[in-house]
Structures are given as structure tokens and as C-alpha cells.
Write a protein that binds this ligand. Structure first.
Ligand code: NAD
Ligand code: GLY
Length: 361
């Protein structure tokens, strides 16, 4: 088992990474609560809830099983979780535990943030995306019809238990989606990781346990360091949104139905690299390297059904708009990202034209 720490003073917590940890979740000191509300979904619960429940004994465990999918990451379902907490008379010393991917984790975490103004929260992520990204850092929330993740709170977990063995049952498309976030970390601050990914993508796609453990550990290390320095995204944490402003626009423009979040981020990373090249920051050969890596991971780099104008209108309602200016995360070079609102609008239009709508294959 590998242990990392997210260093946030009195709100610090460990991330435990290893195969088989699900069956030991109840043995970790940070899960002190005697009453646990376990939130999962209709796909993950049949696979892993029994194992989790027996590890939590003799605690009282009440379950909420949500329908599966991003469409269910709603205020209505979050209220359902709160209703169960109230109906079962859970007190302030309870814990909410999320067993599942980022959807379950974000929603359950938001319920934990709101119930009695905040109760303990434990993340047991079961997708690659959640193990490398969403389970760490305390961003919780739900979607609104007006936009993704528009309602939420920062609420750090007490513990993250990433059982890498759960990734063996993950659909291949979901595994690829998680790789987008790993590529993101490499582009932001770890050029050697990019070279490692170029060599080991086959092993990752083949679910080699050592390769998976390597990228989960490195990704969590990077995220834990960034969150430890900038918990509330006042500065550096915004770098973790590389590719996301483009990606969120793809998801919104396609009604959150066709694209997985990680797939949209993959295309967004390719767009961020193109944009960096259009702004004369990145060499064309490096932008091409990014595009090839995203494609090698089995992720799309083109968005054929969406026009550049559609993209632009969705990007304008992104949370990264400040004072009317859309900020983008761009690359000075591979492994060095920065945030800027200082770019030519024509460069953005040229970028969108290369990846979206009629210009896309
Ligand atoms: P997800 O939660 O929808 O899970 C993907 C699919 O895999 C689902 O169908 C799920 O039921 C299934 N699944 C999960 N674990 C499985 C397993 N071990 N075996 C078989 N099937 C399994 O999607 P995701 O990609 O994990 O998360 C996406 C969400 O995360 C989005 O809502 C996004 O906004 C959010 N997110 C949040 C943060 C954050 O910092 N809070 C960061 C990135 C993404
Ligand atoms: N996924 C971006 C963040 O956690 O800040």
C-alpha cells in the first residue's frame, strides 16, 4: 500500500493506494464514525458494496443507491441523500462514504458538506478518473440545467481509499477517459511523465497493475501538492483545469449525453495544445505530440458535431470567466502550464476551427 498526505493543517488527510484496500476500509483510523451512510450507484454497488459493508462491521451502515450516470448528479438526488440521513437520525458524528466514480463522489461529498453544516466524508473511488483526480482535493457538487458543477462546496474528505483492483471491472471506455486526467498532469508539470506515458500506454490500457499504480500515485502526488498550496483555487489550482474549459464546452454543447467527461477533457487537451501553438508559445511538433498521445490513449481530439460558435458560447459561461474575460490554461512548453486571459481572440477561433464543426473530419 502507498500512502500520500494532502497537507492542509488540521484538515490534512491520507490517500491510500493499493490493491485490495476495499476489504480493509473499516480498519483505518480516519473512519472513526460508528454510523456510516454509504452512497453508491446501481452499477458499482452490486460489485463492491458487500465487501465494503463487511469491512465496516460492526458500524451501522445505511445505503443510498443512486441511478448510474452524469444525468443523475442533481440537486434532487443530493436532497435524497440528505433525506436518508435525516430519516435515519444520523448525528453530526456520522460519516458519509462515497463508493463509486466522480459522479457519486461529487454528489455524496456535497451532501456531507451540507448535512448539519458538514460531517465526515470518506472517498472510496472506483474509476481511474476518480482515483487520479476527483476523489482528491475537496471539490464537491452537482450539476444545474444551466451548467455543470454550478452548485457545490469545498469539503475535504477525512480519508481517500483507492483500491486499484476495482479498476479491473471498469469498462474500457471509462479507463481511457481516466487517462485524459493523467495526461493532463503530465502536461501541466511533469514532462518525464509524458515520456513515460508514451512508452507505457499499452500496459495501462491492458490494466497492468504496476503501471496503473504508478500513474495513480504520481497523479495523486501532483494533485495533493497543488491542493496543499492552493486549496480554494485562488491561483495555482486553476492549472488543474487544463483542457477543461474546452472540454466542458464540448460536454455542454452535446447535452452531456454523448461524451464522457474524460473524453471531452482529452479533446480539450489537444485544443489547449493547438491554442498554445497558435499563441506562439508551443512548438507545432510538441502540439502534435500531445495530439498523438491523446489519440494513443484512445481518446478523441476532434469534435465534428459542434460548431466553433457553439463552443465559444458555452465557453463563455464557464466558471473560469473573470471580469468578462475568459481565462485559459495554456502551455509554455510540455510540462509547464499557466493561466492567461491575454490572447488574441482570432487565435482561439483558429483553434476551434481546427478541432470543431466543419473543419473537423
Ligand atoms: P462516473 O462516476 O459516471 O463513473 C463512470 C462509469 O463507471 C459509471 O457508469 C459507473 O457506474 C461505472 N463504474 C465506476 N466504477 C466502476 C468499477 N470499478 N467497475 C465497473 N464500473 C464502474 O464517472 P467518472 O469519470 O468517475 O467521474 C466523472 C465525474 O467526476 C464528472 O461529474 C466530473 O464533473 C467529476 N469530476 C470531479 C472532479 C473533482 O475535483 N471533484 C474532478 C474531475 C471530475
Ligand atoms: N479537477 C480540478 C480540481 O480539482 O481542481
Amino acid at each position: 500500500m502507498h500512502t500520500l498526505n494532502v497537507d492542509l493543517g488540521s484538515r490534512s488527510y491520507p490517500i491510500l493506494i493499493g490493491a485490495g484496500l476495499l476489504g480493509r476500509a473499516g480498519s483505518f483510523d480516519q473512519l472513526a464514525a460508528r454510523n456510516v451512510l454509504a452512497v453508491s450507484n446501481s452499477t458499482v454497488a452490486p460489485l463492491y458494496m458487500a465487501q465494503l459493508r463487511s469491512s465496516l462491521a460492526p458500524r451501522r451502515v445505511v445505503e443510498v443507491i443512486l441511478p448510474d450516470g452524469e444525468a443523475h448528479k442533481t440537486l434532487g438526488n443530493m436532497a435524497r441523500v440528505l433525506d436518508v440521513l435525516v430519516a435515519n437520525r444520523f448525528a453530526r458524528d456520522c460519516a458519509v462514504l462515497a463508493l463509486g466514480g466522480g459522479v457519486v463522489g461529487d454528489l455524496a461529498g456535497f451532501a456531507a458538506a451540507c448535512y448539519q453544516r458538514g460531517v465526515d466524508f470518506v472517498q472510496v473511488p472506483t474509476t481511474l478518473l476518480a482515483q487520479v483526480d476527483s476523489a482528491v482535493g475537496g471539490k464537491t457538487g452537482v450539476n444545474h440545467v444551466g451548467g455543470k458543477n454550478l452548485i457545490g462546496a469545498f469539503h475535504q474528505p477525512q480519508l481517500v481509499v483507492a483500491d486499484t483492483a476495482t479498476l479491473q471491472s471498469l469498462p474500457a471506455r471509462e479507463l481511457r477517459a481516466g487517462l485524459a486526467e493523467v495526461i493532463k498532469y503530465a502536461l501541466i508539470c511533469d514532462a518525464p511523465l509524458m515520456a513515460w506515458l508514451e512508452q507505457h500506454l499499452g500496459a495501462l490500457l491492458g490494466r497492468d497493475p504496476a503501471a496503473l499504480a504508478h500513474v495513480i500515485l504520481r497523479s495523486c502526488q501532483i494533485k495533493a501538492d497543488v491542493v496543499g498550496r492552493d486549496e480554494r483555487e485562488q491561483g495555482e489550482r486553476a492549472l488543474l483545469n487544463l483542457g477543461h474549459t474546452f472540454g466542458h464546452a464540448v460536454e455542454a454543447a452535446t447535452g452531456y449525453r454523448e461524451w464522457l467527461h474524460g473524453e471531452a477533457v482529452g479533446a480539450g487537451l489537444a485544443m489547449a495544445a493547438t491554442m498554445s501553438c497558435e499563441c506562439r508559445l508551443l512548438e507545432a511538433s510538441d502540439a502534435e505530440r500531445v495530439r498523438r498521445l491523446v489519440e494513443l490513449a484512445g481518446l478523441p481530439t476532434q469534435v465534428p458535431g459542434v460548431t466553433p460558435q457553439d463552443m465559444l458560447s458555452h465557453m463563455r459561461i464557464d466558471k473560469k470567466v473573470l471580469g468578462g474575460r475568459l481565462r485559459l490554461v495554456l502551455l509554455r512548453r510540455l510540462g509547464a502550464a499557466f493561466v492567461t486571459a491575454d490572447y488574441a481572440p482570432e487565435a482561439l477561433m483558429r483553434t476551434l476551427a481546427q478541432h470543431c464543426g466543419a473543419g473537423a473530419p
